[in-house]
Write a new protein. Structure first.
Ligand code: HEM
Length: 243
């Protein structure tokens, strides 16, 4: 039994302040997984909204370029999204790297023999789909937002500040290698989201006999819709549907 006075509380009775509890949670594996889940959900919300916005390309250049113009004329929305998204991606990558390190430290000798039982194909692909997707995002920003790797980047205004996404997508995806890289990245994105949803329910203990399977089916359906919706754009350019 621990004994203490009002001036010097006993060791056993010591309470951890809230800020300390938060730090302990952040440092724990479950804390990192929670960060991955929340930031992953933010990224997921963005890619769904982004795809729906991009699909307006099928409504013609006026509609897609008009949509981009509106976004660029609403700085709160544009920069708010950029800041939240950049922070989410950064925290997602940092937590992933820290979790990998924690897992490695937990078994310093590594597996004596490779055992695929505990990990699914999708979970193994997370290790390389993550870094390839990060490379895709950097290339994509240079391609369609900054335009520095785009051979023929178009703007909507004389000051050359507002990109013309319709022309940029049609010109960019006319290169089959660029389209192929996008399509491969979209397949990886689907695998990544699929497994991300699985580990979200698994690691945060959100397992409910009725709702978990339904939510997983929903995640699967959404990642398939992302694959089809996003790939439809380069395919439509390559087949001449969009020109
Ligand atoms: C074929 C599929 C895609 C197409 C056609 C596409 C198209 C575009 C275009 C045209 C822009 C520039 C918009 C502008 O500045 O007016 C853009 C920006 C962006 N895209 Fe995509 N995108 C695709 C997939 C993705 C995916 C899968 C991700 C994330 C994993 C993504 C993340 C971003 C980000 C972060 C921006 C920057 C937004 C900003 O300017 O703040 N895109 N995309």
């Amino acid at each position: 039994m621990s004994v203490g006075t009002a001036a010097s509380p006993a060791v056993g009775a010591r309470t951890v302040p809230n800020s300390g509890k938060l730090l302990l949670f952040y440092q724990s594996a479950i804390g990192k997984k929670a960060i991955m889940a929340v930031t992953g959900l933010i990224g997921f919300g963005f890619v769904i909204g982004h795809m729906l916005g991009n699909l307006q390309i099928f409504l013609g250049p006026e509609v897609l370029n008009g949509y981009a113009l509106k976004l660029h004329e609403t700085p709160v929305l544009l920069y708010g999204t950029r800041i939240v998204l950049s922070l989410a991606v950064l925290l997602h990558i940092i937590a992933a790297a820290q979790l990998t390190k924690m897992n490695r430290n937990a078994r310093p000798d590594g597996y004596a023999k490779f055992s695929p039982i505990a990990s699914t194909y999708a979970s193994r692909t997370m290790r390389w789909s993550g870094p390839i997707l990060a490379a895709f995002i950097i290339y994509h920003l240079l391609h369609f937002t900054i335009g520095s790797v785009h051979p023929n980047f178009a703007f909507q205004d004389e000051m050359r500040t507002i990109p013309a996404p319709y022309e940029n997508a049609v010109r960019g995806f006319s290169n089959p290698f660029v389209s192929l890289f996008y399509i491969i990245s979209m397949i990886l994105l689907m695998l990544h989201i699929n497994h991300g949803a699985w580990s979200l329910f698994q690691s945060l203990g959100l397992n409910h006999p009725r709702y978990t399977p339904a939510l997983r089916t929903l995640a699967r359906g959404a990642s398939l819709a992302l694959l089809i919706g996003n790939c439809s754009i380069p395919i439509a350019v390559l087949t001449g549907v969009l020109r």
